[in-house]
Design a protein around this ligand. Structure first.
Ligand code: ATP
Length: 459
C-alpha cells in the first residue's frame, strides 16, 4: 500500500465507521473543520485521559487548569501574538489561489524561508520566476502578513476594546493564573501546570485531513523552573514526551532541533517531535524553553509582580519555563495511520485491522451471542452490562459471527467475547484476540481481572 493510499484509506475508514466526519457536511461541508463521530470522540477522549493520567494524576509536581478560550485582549499583546503571530500570504491574481509564501518557496526552490522579511520573499518570488502551482501563471500580489488569530466582537458595553481573540494556543491562560496557582496550591518550583483545550488558528493553507485544521485541541504544559535547571529539565521532558508516544503506540517518530538562528523570539531552544505521516515527515509535538519571557511580559503589561519567592533559599525571581506541547488531533491521526493495516488470511479472505493500543481503543470489548435464541442474547447482554461499568463495550447480535469480528477489527477493538451453547452449561465464554485472532475459553467470573492489565499503559 502506497503512503498516499494509506491516508485515503484512513480517511475512508474514519467516515465509514464513525471516527471523523467532514464538518457541516449537510451544508456541503465547511473547509478544514471536522466532526469527531462517536468512535473518534471516544478515541480522542482516551488519548486525552491517558495524557492527563500520566502528566497530572501520576505526578506530584503537576497540577491542572481549565482556563477560558477568551482572554483579556491585552494578554495577546503581551504574548506577542497580536503583532507577530503571522504567516506571509500571497495571492495568484490569475486563478485567485491564496498560498502561504513560505510553502510556495519551499516547494518551488527547496529552501526554508522562515524569518525572512516580506521584501526578501517578494524578491525571491520575482527573481526566480516562481509560478503558481495551480495555474502556472506568474502574476502575484505582493506577499503580506496575515494574523492567524480569529477575532470576535464583544458587546460594546464592555470596557476597552470590543475585539477579543479566540486563543491560538492554550498556554497563555496558564501564565495569567500563575499567581492564583502559587497562592492556592502550595506548589513549589519546580512544578508544572497542564491544560487541555481547544485552540483556533485561521490557517491559510490547512489540509491533510485533521493534521492542520482551524479548530483543534492542544494538551500543553508550562513547567516552572529555576533558570539554572533548564537544560536537564528540557531533556527530561523530551524523554517524557517520547515515552507518551510509545505508550499510545506511536513509533515512527524522530527529533528536529530548531537551528538557533530560526528560533521564535521567546525561545532559547525548541525541538519538534516529528512523525512520518503518510504525506511526509511533519511536526507532531514540540518542546520549547521559553525562558521567563511570558511571565515577564504579563508582569509588564498587567503591572503585576510575577516573582516567586523560594522558601528555602529566599531567592526572589521570575521562574523560567519549559513548555512541552502536544496536539490531540495530530495524536489521533498518528495512531490511526500507524494502526491501519490490511491482512490476507488463510483461504484468501482479507481483513482490515486498526491495531490501536488497547489503552486507547474506543471500544475495549465486543460482546456477542452466537445466536439470539435459547437465552444466549440475555447472557451476553448481562456480561455487557457488567463490563460496561468499567469499559466502553459494544454488544452486537446481528449477522454471522465472522462478520461481527471483522467489524470490531476495523474499529480497533482488542477483544471479543462470544457466548455460545457451552456458556449456558458452564459459564465459560470464548475470548478472541484482535491481532492474533487466537481464541481461548475463560470463565465469565475471571473476565474483568484477565482483561484489565491489557488496558493499562506500560510507563
Ligand atoms: P505547524 O508548524 O505545523 O504549523 P506549530 O509549530 O505552529 O505547527 P505549535 O504552535 O508548536 O505548532 O502548536 C503546538 C502543537 O499544536 C503542534 O505540535 C501540533 O500538534 C498542534 N497544532 C498546531 N497547529 C495545528 C493545526 N492547525 N491543526 C492541528 N493541530 C495543530
Amino acid at each position: 500500500m502506497s503512503e498516499s493510499d494509506l491516508l485515503k484509506k484512513v480517511v475512508a475508514l474514519c467516515k465509514r465507521r464513525g471516527f471523523v466526519f467532514p464538518g457541516s457536511e449537510i451544508y456541503g461541508g465547511f473547509a478544514n473543520t471536522y466532526s469527531y463521530g462517536p468512535l473518534g470522540a471516544q478515541l480522542k477522549k482516551n488519548v486525552r485521559d491517558l495524557w492527563w493520567q500520566l502528566f497530572v494524576q501520576r505526578r506530584e509536581d503537576m497540577v491542572g487548569l481549565d482556563g477560558p478560550i477568551l482572554l483579556h485582549p491585552e494578554a495577546w499583546r503581551a504574548s506577542g501574538h497580536v503583532e507577530g503571530f503571522n504567516d506571509a500570504l500571497i495571492d495568484c491574481k490569475s486563478c485567485k489561489a491564496r498560498l502561504r509564501a513560505d510553502h510556495l518557496l519551499e516547494k518551488a526552490l527547496g529552501i526554508d524561508v522562515e524569518g525572512l522579511s516580506l521584501e526578501a520573499i517578494n524578491t525571491l518570488v520575482q527573481d526566480n520566476n516562481v509560478r503558481c502551482p495551480h495555474c502556472d501563471a506568474f502574476d502575484w500580489t505582493p506577499a503580506r502578513h496575515f494574523n492567524l488569530m480569529f477575532s470576535t466582537e464583544l458587546s460594546k458595553t464592555q470596557e476597552g476594546s470590543s475585539i477579543a481573540y479566540l486563543r491560538p494556543e492554550t498556554a497563555q491562560a496558564i501564565f495569567l493564573d500563575f499567581k492564583n496557582i502559587i497562592n492556592t496550591m502550595r506548589v513549589q518550583v519546580p512544578f508544572g501546570v497542564a491544560q487541555v483545550g481547544k485552540a483556533f488558528r485561521n490557517e491559510i493553507t490547512p489540509g491533510n485531513f485533521i493534521f492542520r485544521v482551524i479548530e483543534f485541541e492542544q494538551m500543553e504544559i508550562e513547567y516552572f523552573i529555576h533558570p539554572s535547571k533548564w537544560e536537564t529539565t528540557f531533556s527530561n521532558w523530551l524523554e517524557e514526551m517520547q515515552k507518551f508516544c510509545r505508550a499510545i503506540g506511536i513509533t515512527k517518530t524522530s527529533l528536529f532541533e530548531h537551528p538557533q538562528e530560526k528560533l521564535s523570539h521567546y525561545s532559547k531552544r525548541t525541538v519538534d517531535i516529528m512523525y512520518d505521516f503518510p504525506f511526509g515527515r511533519s511536526e507532531l509535538y514540540g518542546i520549547a524553553y521559553r525562558t521567563d519571557f511570558d511571565l515577564k511580559r504579563h508582569s509588564e503589561f498587567a503591572k503585576v509582580n510575577m516573582e516567586y519567592l523560594d522558601p528555602k533559599s529566599n531567592e526572589r525571581y521570575i521562574p523560567h519555563v519549559i513548555e512541552p506541547t502536544f496536539g490531540l488531533d495530530r495524536s489521533v491521526l498518528a495512531v490511526l495511520c500507524e494502526g491501519y493495516r490490511e491482512e490476507t488470511l488463510e483461504g484468501g479472505e482479507s481483513r482490515v485491522v486498526l491495531g490501536l493500543h488497547p489503552s486507547i481503543a474506543p471500544v475495549k470489548v465486543g460482546i456477542f451471542p452466537l445466536m439470539k435464541k435459547d437465552g444466549m442474547a440475555e447472557k451476553a447482554q448481562a456480561i455487557a452490562r457488567t463490563l460496561s461499568k468499567r469499559w466502553h463495550v459494544n454488544y452486537d447480535e446481528g449477522g454471522a459471527i465472522g462478520k461481527r469480528y471483522r467489524r470490531q477489527d476495523e474499529i480497533g477493538t482488542p477483544f471479543c467475547i462470544t457466548v455460545d451453547y457451552q456458556t449456558l452449561e458452564d459459564n465459560t465464554v470464548t475470548l478472541r484476540h484482535r491481532d492474533s485472532m487466537k481464541q481461548e475459553r475463560l470463565n465469565i467470573a475471571d473476565l474483568e481481572s484477565i482483561l484489565a492489565p491489557a488496558f493499562e499503559i506500560n510507563v
